[in-house]
Design a protein around this ligand. Structure first.
Ligand code: NDP
Length: 305
Protein backbone atom coordinates (compact mmCIF):
# COMPACT_ATOMS: atom_id res chain seq x y z
CA UNK A 1 0.00 0.00 0.00
CA UNK A 2 1.24 3.54 -0.73
CA UNK A 3 0.85 6.58 1.48
CA UNK A 4 -0.17 10.05 0.19
CA UNK A 5 3.39 10.66 -0.95
CA UNK A 6 3.63 7.41 -2.87
CA UNK A 7 5.84 5.70 -0.27
CA UNK A 8 5.28 2.11 0.75
CA UNK A 9 3.21 1.94 3.92
CA UNK A 10 3.12 -1.16 6.04
CA UNK A 11 -0.17 -2.57 7.30
CA UNK A 12 -1.26 -1.53 10.77
CA UNK A 13 -0.73 -4.33 13.24
CA UNK A 14 -3.85 -5.54 15.06
CA UNK A 15 -2.44 -6.29 18.50
CA UNK A 16 -4.42 -9.30 19.73
CA UNK A 17 -2.39 -9.47 22.93
CA UNK A 18 -3.26 -5.91 23.94
CA UNK A 19 -6.91 -6.25 22.90
CA UNK A 20 -7.26 -9.57 24.73
CA UNK A 21 -5.72 -7.99 27.85
CA UNK A 22 -8.37 -5.26 27.66
CA UNK A 23 -11.19 -7.82 27.33
CA UNK A 24 -9.77 -9.92 30.16
CA UNK A 25 -9.49 -6.99 32.51
CA UNK A 26 -13.07 -5.96 31.67
CA UNK A 27 -14.23 -9.50 32.47
CA UNK A 28 -12.20 -9.43 35.70
CA UNK A 29 -13.83 -6.14 36.76
CA UNK A 30 -17.32 -7.40 35.91
CA UNK A 31 -16.63 -10.64 37.76
CA UNK A 32 -15.51 -8.69 40.81
CA UNK A 33 -18.72 -6.63 40.74
CA UNK A 34 -20.70 -9.85 40.31
CA UNK A 35 -19.19 -11.41 43.42
CA UNK A 36 -19.41 -8.13 45.38
CA UNK A 37 -23.14 -8.26 44.62
CA UNK A 38 -23.26 -11.46 46.63
CA UNK A 39 -22.99 -14.07 43.88
CA UNK A 40 -20.51 -16.91 44.00
CA UNK A 41 -17.69 -16.64 41.42
CA UNK A 42 -18.42 -18.14 37.97
CA UNK A 43 -17.15 -21.70 37.65
CA UNK A 44 -15.74 -23.42 34.56
CA UNK A 45 -15.23 -27.18 34.40
CA UNK A 46 -12.59 -28.18 31.86
CA UNK A 47 -12.49 -31.81 30.75
CA UNK A 48 -9.14 -33.04 29.45
CA UNK A 49 -8.88 -36.55 28.05
CA UNK A 50 -5.49 -38.13 27.39
CA UNK A 51 -1.99 -36.74 27.58
CA UNK A 52 -1.56 -34.71 24.39
CA UNK A 53 1.00 -32.03 25.38
CA UNK A 54 -0.58 -29.33 23.17
CA UNK A 55 -4.04 -29.93 24.69
CA UNK A 56 -2.57 -29.94 28.20
CA UNK A 57 -0.82 -26.65 27.49
CA UNK A 58 -4.02 -25.02 26.11
CA UNK A 59 -5.91 -26.19 29.19
CA UNK A 60 -3.25 -24.78 31.54
CA UNK A 61 -3.50 -21.45 29.73
CA UNK A 62 -7.27 -21.41 30.11
CA UNK A 63 -7.11 -22.30 33.81
CA UNK A 64 -4.52 -19.57 34.45
CA UNK A 65 -6.61 -16.99 32.61
CA UNK A 66 -9.71 -18.00 34.61
CA UNK A 67 -7.81 -17.54 37.87
CA UNK A 68 -6.63 -14.07 36.82
CA UNK A 69 -10.20 -13.03 36.01
CA UNK A 70 -11.60 -14.27 39.32
CA UNK A 71 -13.33 -17.23 37.67
CA UNK A 72 -13.00 -20.56 39.45
CA UNK A 73 -12.10 -23.56 37.36
CA UNK A 74 -11.05 -27.15 37.67
CA UNK A 75 -9.51 -29.42 35.11
CA UNK A 76 -10.98 -32.89 35.23
CA UNK A 77 -8.51 -35.27 33.61
CA UNK A 78 -9.39 -38.69 32.28
CA UNK A 79 -7.27 -41.42 30.72
CA UNK A 80 -7.23 -41.81 26.90
CA UNK A 81 -8.90 -45.18 27.33
CA UNK A 82 -12.11 -43.70 28.79
CA UNK A 83 -15.24 -45.14 27.19
CA UNK A 84 -17.54 -42.72 25.39
CA UNK A 85 -20.45 -43.59 27.70
CA UNK A 86 -18.34 -42.85 30.74
CA UNK A 87 -17.30 -39.48 29.33
CA UNK A 88 -20.91 -38.62 28.52
CA UNK A 89 -21.80 -39.69 32.09
CA UNK A 90 -19.22 -37.21 33.41
CA UNK A 91 -20.71 -34.43 31.26
CA UNK A 92 -24.16 -35.33 32.49
CA UNK A 93 -23.01 -35.02 36.13
CA UNK A 94 -21.53 -31.60 35.35
CA UNK A 95 -24.80 -30.59 33.66
CA UNK A 96 -26.68 -31.52 36.84
CA UNK A 97 -24.23 -29.76 39.15
CA UNK A 98 -25.69 -26.38 39.99
CA UNK A 99 -22.24 -25.07 40.96
CA UNK A 100 -20.95 -25.50 37.40
CA UNK A 101 -21.63 -22.59 35.01
CA UNK A 102 -19.57 -23.59 32.00
CA UNK A 103 -18.31 -26.92 30.61
CA UNK A 104 -15.46 -27.11 28.15
CA UNK A 105 -14.29 -30.38 26.64
CA UNK A 106 -10.81 -29.94 25.21
CA UNK A 107 -10.67 -31.28 21.64
CA UNK A 108 -9.53 -33.41 19.94
CA UNK A 109 -10.82 -36.47 21.80
CA UNK A 110 -9.33 -39.94 21.27
CA UNK A 111 -10.34 -41.67 18.02
CA UNK A 112 -12.72 -44.12 19.68
CA UNK A 113 -14.82 -41.25 21.04
CA UNK A 114 -17.28 -39.39 18.84
CA UNK A 115 -16.57 -35.67 19.45
CA UNK A 116 -20.04 -34.69 18.24
CA UNK A 117 -21.79 -37.06 20.65
CA UNK A 118 -19.83 -35.67 23.58
CA UNK A 119 -20.49 -32.06 22.60
CA UNK A 120 -24.20 -32.83 22.16
CA UNK A 121 -24.23 -34.09 25.75
CA UNK A 122 -23.29 -30.64 27.14
CA UNK A 123 -26.29 -28.63 28.39
CA UNK A 124 -26.61 -25.68 25.95
CA UNK A 125 -26.79 -23.20 28.85
CA UNK A 126 -23.31 -24.39 29.93
CA UNK A 127 -21.84 -24.68 26.42
CA UNK A 128 -19.27 -21.89 26.76
CA UNK A 129 -17.33 -23.16 23.73
CA UNK A 130 -20.45 -22.63 21.60
CA UNK A 131 -19.97 -25.94 19.75
CA UNK A 132 -23.32 -27.53 20.68
CA UNK A 133 -25.76 -27.72 17.73
CA UNK A 134 -28.22 -25.58 19.73
CA UNK A 135 -25.58 -22.83 20.09
CA UNK A 136 -24.64 -23.08 16.40
CA UNK A 137 -28.32 -22.96 15.38
CA UNK A 138 -29.05 -19.99 17.66
CA UNK A 139 -26.14 -18.11 16.12
CA UNK A 140 -27.42 -18.87 12.64
CA UNK A 141 -30.91 -17.51 13.30
CA UNK A 142 -29.74 -14.60 15.43
CA UNK A 143 -31.02 -15.85 18.77
CA UNK A 144 -29.22 -15.63 22.11
CA UNK A 145 -26.66 -18.36 22.73
CA UNK A 146 -22.96 -18.85 23.14
CA UNK A 147 -20.79 -17.89 20.19
CA UNK A 148 -17.63 -19.94 19.89
CA UNK A 149 -14.64 -18.07 21.16
CA UNK A 150 -12.44 -17.80 18.07
CA UNK A 151 -15.07 -16.23 15.78
CA UNK A 152 -16.26 -14.01 18.63
CA UNK A 153 -12.65 -12.95 19.20
CA UNK A 154 -12.20 -12.07 15.52
CA UNK A 155 -15.23 -9.77 15.59
CA UNK A 156 -13.93 -8.19 18.80
CA UNK A 157 -10.59 -7.53 17.06
CA UNK A 158 -12.35 -5.86 14.12
CA UNK A 159 -14.60 -3.76 16.34
CA UNK A 160 -11.88 -2.61 18.73
CA UNK A 161 -9.59 -1.75 15.81
CA UNK A 162 -12.46 0.33 14.39
CA UNK A 163 -12.46 -1.57 11.11
CA UNK A 164 -15.67 -0.85 9.24
CA UNK A 165 -17.75 -3.99 8.60
CA UNK A 166 -21.12 -2.62 7.51
CA UNK A 167 -21.79 -3.44 3.88
CA UNK A 168 -18.19 -4.60 3.44
CA UNK A 169 -17.18 -7.82 1.74
CA UNK A 170 -15.70 -10.40 4.11
CA UNK A 171 -14.07 -13.43 2.52
CA UNK A 172 -13.38 -16.36 4.84
CA UNK A 173 -11.07 -19.12 3.66
CA UNK A 174 -12.06 -22.26 5.57
CA UNK A 175 -15.49 -23.72 6.37
CA UNK A 176 -14.89 -25.58 9.63
CA UNK A 177 -17.58 -25.82 12.29
CA UNK A 178 -15.36 -24.07 14.82
CA UNK A 179 -14.12 -21.13 12.76
CA UNK A 180 -15.35 -20.58 9.19
CA UNK A 181 -19.05 -21.37 9.52
CA UNK A 182 -19.76 -19.63 12.85
CA UNK A 183 -17.71 -16.63 11.74
CA UNK A 184 -19.74 -16.38 8.53
CA UNK A 185 -22.95 -16.31 10.58
CA UNK A 186 -21.54 -13.78 13.00
CA UNK A 187 -20.37 -11.41 10.27
CA UNK A 188 -23.82 -11.60 8.68
CA UNK A 189 -25.51 -10.42 11.88
CA UNK A 190 -27.40 -7.16 11.84
CA UNK A 191 -25.11 -4.48 13.17
CA UNK A 192 -22.03 -6.18 11.73
CA UNK A 193 -23.63 -6.41 8.29
CA UNK A 194 -20.87 -7.88 6.14
CA UNK A 195 -21.51 -9.47 2.79
CA UNK A 196 -19.88 -12.85 3.34
CA UNK A 197 -18.19 -15.31 1.00
CA UNK A 198 -16.85 -18.59 2.38
CA UNK A 199 -14.12 -20.40 0.40
CA UNK A 200 -12.82 -23.95 0.81
CA UNK A 201 -10.66 -26.52 -0.92
CA UNK A 202 -13.08 -26.84 -3.87
CA UNK A 203 -13.45 -23.11 -4.49
CA UNK A 204 -12.58 -22.04 -8.01
CA UNK A 205 -10.41 -18.95 -8.50
CA UNK A 206 -9.82 -18.52 -4.78
CA UNK A 207 -7.17 -15.80 -5.29
CA UNK A 208 -9.63 -13.80 -7.42
CA UNK A 209 -12.32 -14.03 -4.73
CA UNK A 210 -9.85 -13.23 -1.95
CA UNK A 211 -8.79 -10.09 -3.83
CA UNK A 212 -12.37 -8.79 -3.56
CA UNK A 213 -12.25 -8.90 0.23
CA UNK A 214 -12.35 -5.82 2.40
CA UNK A 215 -11.77 -8.23 5.29
CA UNK A 216 -9.95 -11.46 4.49
CA UNK A 217 -9.92 -14.21 7.10
CA UNK A 218 -7.58 -17.18 6.68
CA UNK A 219 -8.58 -20.29 8.66
CA UNK A 220 -7.00 -23.06 6.64
CA UNK A 221 -4.11 -24.63 8.53
CA UNK A 222 -1.45 -24.12 5.82
CA UNK A 223 1.59 -21.98 6.49
CA UNK A 224 1.86 -18.92 4.26
CA UNK A 225 -1.16 -19.85 2.10
CA UNK A 226 -2.34 -16.25 1.66
CA UNK A 227 0.17 -14.27 -0.37
CA UNK A 228 0.30 -10.56 -1.22
CA UNK A 229 -1.18 -11.08 -4.69
CA UNK A 230 -4.38 -12.42 -3.05
CA UNK A 231 -5.00 -9.28 -1.04
CA UNK A 232 -6.79 -6.08 -2.02
CA UNK A 233 -4.72 -3.00 -1.11
CA UNK A 234 -5.89 -1.67 2.25
CA UNK A 235 -7.82 -4.83 3.24
CA UNK A 236 -7.93 -6.08 6.83
CA UNK A 237 -6.29 -9.52 6.97
CA UNK A 238 -7.10 -11.78 9.90
CA UNK A 239 -4.86 -14.82 10.28
CA UNK A 240 -6.42 -17.65 12.31
CA UNK A 241 -3.93 -20.33 11.30
CA UNK A 242 -1.47 -21.88 13.73
CA UNK A 243 1.17 -23.94 11.93
CA UNK A 244 4.48 -25.36 13.06
CA UNK A 245 7.39 -24.88 10.71
CA UNK A 246 10.84 -26.32 11.31
CA UNK A 247 13.29 -23.81 12.73
CA UNK A 248 16.65 -25.10 13.89
CA UNK A 249 17.51 -21.70 15.39
CA UNK A 250 14.84 -22.27 18.06
CA UNK A 251 15.48 -24.46 21.05
CA UNK A 252 12.28 -26.43 20.46
CA UNK A 253 13.17 -26.89 16.75
CA UNK A 254 10.11 -25.14 15.31
CA UNK A 255 8.24 -21.87 15.31
CA UNK A 256 4.59 -21.03 14.93
CA UNK A 257 3.36 -19.22 11.84
CA UNK A 258 -0.06 -18.38 10.47
CA UNK A 259 -1.80 -19.05 7.18
CA UNK A 260 -0.72 -15.66 5.86
CA UNK A 261 2.65 -14.73 4.41
CA UNK A 262 3.01 -11.96 6.96
CA UNK A 263 5.94 -10.05 5.46
CA UNK A 264 4.55 -9.99 1.92
CA UNK A 265 0.94 -9.29 2.88
CA UNK A 266 1.98 -6.49 5.26
CA UNK A 267 3.13 -4.53 2.18
CA UNK A 268 -0.39 -4.57 0.72
CA UNK A 269 -2.94 -4.88 3.51
CA UNK A 270 -4.29 -2.01 5.59
CA UNK A 271 -4.46 -4.09 8.78
CA UNK A 272 -3.01 -7.46 9.72
CA UNK A 273 -2.97 -9.79 12.71
CA UNK A 274 0.36 -11.41 13.68
CA UNK A 275 0.82 -15.07 14.58
CA UNK A 276 1.38 -15.55 17.44
CA UNK A 277 -0.24 -12.60 19.19
CA UNK A 278 -3.29 -12.02 17.00
CA UNK A 279 -6.40 -14.19 17.06
CA UNK A 280 -4.97 -16.78 19.50
CA UNK A 281 -5.05 -14.65 22.68
CA UNK A 282 -8.60 -13.53 21.85
CA UNK A 283 -9.88 -17.09 22.00
CA UNK A 284 -9.11 -17.35 25.72
CA UNK A 285 -10.47 -13.87 26.44
CA UNK A 286 -13.80 -14.71 24.82
CA UNK A 287 -14.01 -18.00 26.72
CA UNK A 288 -13.79 -16.00 29.96
CA UNK A 289 -16.50 -13.64 28.70
CA UNK A 290 -18.75 -16.62 27.84
CA UNK A 291 -18.18 -18.18 31.28
CA UNK A 292 -19.18 -14.99 33.08
CA UNK A 293 -22.21 -14.67 30.79
CA UNK A 294 -23.15 -18.28 31.59
CA UNK A 295 -23.05 -17.58 35.32
CA UNK A 296 -25.18 -14.47 34.90
CA UNK A 297 -27.81 -16.02 32.66
CA UNK A 298 -28.05 -19.15 34.82
CA UNK A 299 -28.56 -16.96 37.91
CA UNK A 300 -31.31 -15.07 36.08
CA UNK A 301 -33.07 -18.29 35.10
CA UNK A 302 -32.78 -19.56 38.70
CA UNK A 303 -34.38 -16.30 39.91
CA UNK A 304 -37.25 -16.64 37.45
CA UNK A 305 -37.94 -20.28 38.47
P1 NDP B 1 -10.01 -27.40 9.53
O1 NDP B 1 -8.93 -28.30 9.09
O2 NDP B 1 -11.19 -27.94 10.23
O3 NDP B 1 -10.55 -26.59 8.26
C1 NDP B 1 -9.68 -26.07 7.31
C2 NDP B 1 -10.46 -25.44 6.19
O4 NDP B 1 -9.54 -24.96 5.23
C3 NDP B 1 -11.39 -26.41 5.47
O5 NDP B 1 -12.65 -25.81 5.25
C4 NDP B 1 -10.66 -26.70 4.17
O6 NDP B 1 -11.52 -26.91 3.07
C5 NDP B 1 -9.93 -25.40 3.94
N1 NDP B 1 -8.77 -25.65 3.11
C6 NDP B 1 -7.76 -26.53 3.31
N2 NDP B 1 -6.90 -26.50 2.28
C7 NDP B 1 -7.36 -25.56 1.42
C8 NDP B 1 -6.93 -25.08 0.17
N3 NDP B 1 -5.83 -25.53 -0.41
N4 NDP B 1 -7.67 -24.12 -0.43
C9 NDP B 1 -8.80 -23.66 0.14
N5 NDP B 1 -9.26 -24.07 1.32
C10 NDP B 1 -8.55 -25.02 1.95
O7 NDP B 1 -9.29 -26.27 10.38
P2 NDP B 1 -9.81 -25.30 11.54
O8 NDP B 1 -10.88 -24.38 11.03
O9 NDP B 1 -10.05 -26.09 12.76
O10 NDP B 1 -8.47 -24.46 11.79
C11 NDP B 1 -7.87 -23.71 10.75
C12 NDP B 1 -6.57 -23.16 11.29
O11 NDP B 1 -6.85 -22.27 12.35
C13 NDP B 1 -5.61 -24.20 11.87
O12 NDP B 1 -4.28 -23.78 11.62
C14 NDP B 1 -5.88 -24.16 13.35
O13 NDP B 1 -4.77 -24.56 14.13
C15 NDP B 1 -6.18 -22.70 13.54
N6 NDP B 1 -7.04 -22.38 14.69
C16 NDP B 1 -6.65 -21.36 15.48
C17 NDP B 1 -7.41 -20.97 16.55
C18 NDP B 1 -6.97 -19.82 17.37
O14 NDP B 1 -7.38 -19.68 18.51
N7 NDP B 1 -6.13 -18.94 16.84
C19 NDP B 1 -8.65 -21.67 16.91
C20 NDP B 1 -9.03 -22.67 15.94
C21 NDP B 1 -8.23 -23.02 14.88
P3 NDP B 1 -12.48 -28.22 2.96
O15 NDP B 1 -13.60 -27.96 3.92
O16 NDP B 1 -12.92 -28.20 1.54
O17 NDP B 1 -11.64 -29.39 3.34
Amino acid sequence: MLDDNGHAKLAKLIDGKAISRAVRSEVAEETQRWTQDGHRPPYLAVVLVGDDPASASYVRGKARACGEAGINSDTITRDTSIAQDELIGLISDLNDDDGVDGILVQLPLPDHVDDDAVIRAIAPEKDVDGFHPASAGALMIGQPGFVSATPAGIVELLERSEIETRGKHAVIIGRSNIVGKPLANLLLRRGIDCTVTVCHSRTQDLPGIARQADTLVAAIGRAGFVTADMVKPGAAVIDVGINRVDDSSRERGYRLVGDVDFDGVSQVAGYITPVPGGVGPMTIAMLLRNTLDAARSRAQVALAD
